[in-house]
Design a protein around this ligand. Structure first.
Ligand SMILES: *Cc1c(COP(=O)(O)O)cnc(C)c1O
Length: 416
């Protein structure tokens, strides 16, 4: 089945008790068993069953099954946030003294996790231009445990060569972890282009309405955990086969870190997913139109949207994302004051720290998401003082353009 259909139907076959067609919200912490032996069997893995919602929950299981189908993975684990997904994956693969390779210009929270938090535990992060595949290959040593990139760097808006990075990772025997938040499985299934693990912030386009924080981990099935670089997972694979990474997460790392989603939030993600395809088509259409409009506007310094015909990444957008550039773009308005005045003059678009909502959203990244970084650090991350990030919504395009038109005029007028 096609993603449009999977997004609506997969992961749930109707409630056998009531016939409910919406996935029921199973708002329960724990699950009762008749006998002491029955519960002991579930704990020991001798019988299937739910134990405690921090480990698994029926509503969340439906979401995991749907996400796994959409990514064509072998299984998924839903988390309380995108950061919980990334933290769980990475802490499950590294030990003190290990090295991570990551692309520059990715989500600020991920940069902080790697550079501020994981460094406290002796994990070294090497940051590399996401499009310089050779530099990734050159930075690999015997301590390197994974490569981490985003499908489109947020906010750098660069598109790494996933198939080439996949080959570099395979050669080194380490997994390629890809954050597919900005593109979603509707534009790309990274597993088909060499990714071993896919992570998501489901708070964004998957939820689609800005109503719940969530994340997900998907094992694409590409990495051979039985012969991989991770001794504990190799050991587990003797019993679980290639489900070893998911078992290691579910029964150890994810369980111990406590990053499970609330059942209500899993329900909101399932509901959001149903309209993913319809919304993404419109996000992409509106973003391309807005990028073209801004690109020819005399008062705009620059526009960065990989879907633009003259973008250096347009070839990869065609190769990897079916020609759709996503719903995010960045725009330069000359300097910070003009950017601020532009944001303050918008009437329809909202100024906030989110993306992927049905509504058009803007933010000034340098002074918000990236406020902890100095100007030397911001350059390689693709963040400049005059930059505004736009998450283009699904409103009528004409209304978005009119709002941007008047706000640019107001900002430029102010500067005169
Ligand atoms: C938002 C975001 C995250 C973090 O997700 P949360 O749900 O906010 O924890 C990770 N990666 C990308 C690309 C994001 O946009």
């Amino acid at each position: 089945m096609k993603p449009e259909t999977l997004a609506v139907h997969s992961g749930f076959a109707g409630d056998s008790g009531s016939g409910a067609t919406a996935v029921p919200i199973c708002q329960s912490v724990s699950y009762a068993y008749k006998t002491a032996q029955d519960l002991a069997n579930v704990f020991a893995g001798r019988a299937p069953g739910y134990i405690y919602t921090r480990i698994a929950n029926p509503t969340t299981t439906a979401l995991e099954a749907r996400l796994s189908r959409l990514e064509d993975g072998i299984g998924a684990i839903a988390t309380s946030s995108g950061m919980a997904a990334i933290a769980s994956v990475v802490t499950g693969l590294v030990r003190s003294g290990d090295r991570i390779l990551t692309a520059a210009g990715i989500f600020g929270g991920t940069v902080s996790l790697f550079e501020n938090t994981l460094s406290r535990f002796g994990v070294e992060t090497v940051t590399i231009d996401g499009t310089d595949t050779d530099a990734f290959a050159a930075a690999i040593n015997d301590k390197t445990r994974l490569i981490f990139v985003e499908t489109i760097g947020n906010p750098r808006m660069d598109v790494p060569d996933l198939p080439a990075l996949g080959r570099v990772a395979r050669e080194a025997g380490i997994p390629l972890v890809v954050d597919n938040t900005v593109t979603t499985p509707y534009l790309i299934r990274p597993g088909e282009h060499g990714a071993d693990i896919v992570v998501h912030s489901t708070s964004k386009f998957i939820n689609g309405h800005g109503t719940a924080i969530g994340g997900a981990i998907v094992d694409t099935g590409n990495y051979d955990w039985r012969n991989g670089a991770f001794e504990d997972i190799r050991e587990l694979a003797k019993r679980t086969g290639n489900f070893a990474f998911l078992a290691h997460q579910r029964n150890v790392i994810y369980r111990d870190l406590g990053g499970c989603p609330a059942p209500m939030n899993s329900f909101l993600m399932l509901q959001g997913l149903e309209t993913l395809a319809a919304r993404m088509d419109r996000h992409c259409d509106n973003a391309l139109k807005l990028a073209r409009f801004l690109n020819q506007h005399p008062d705009v310094s620059w526009v960065n949207y990989p879907g633009l015909e003259d973008s250096e990444y347009n070839g990869r957008v065609n190769e990897l994302f079916g020609g759709r550039g996503g719903g995010l773009l960045t725009v330069g308005l000359g300097d910070k004051d003009t950017a601020y005045k532009f944001i303050d003059s918008l009437k329809l678009a909202t100024n906030l720290a989110n993306l992927g909502d049905a509504k058009t959203l803007v933010i000034h990244p340098a002074s918000t998401i990236f406020h902890e970084f100095n100007s030397d650090e911001l350059g390689p991350m693709g963040v400049s003082g005059d930059m505004v990030r736009v998450s283009v919504g699904i409103e009528a395009y004409e209304d978005i353009e009119a709002d941007f038109q008047q706000a640019i005029a107001a900002a430029v007028e102010e500067q005169k």
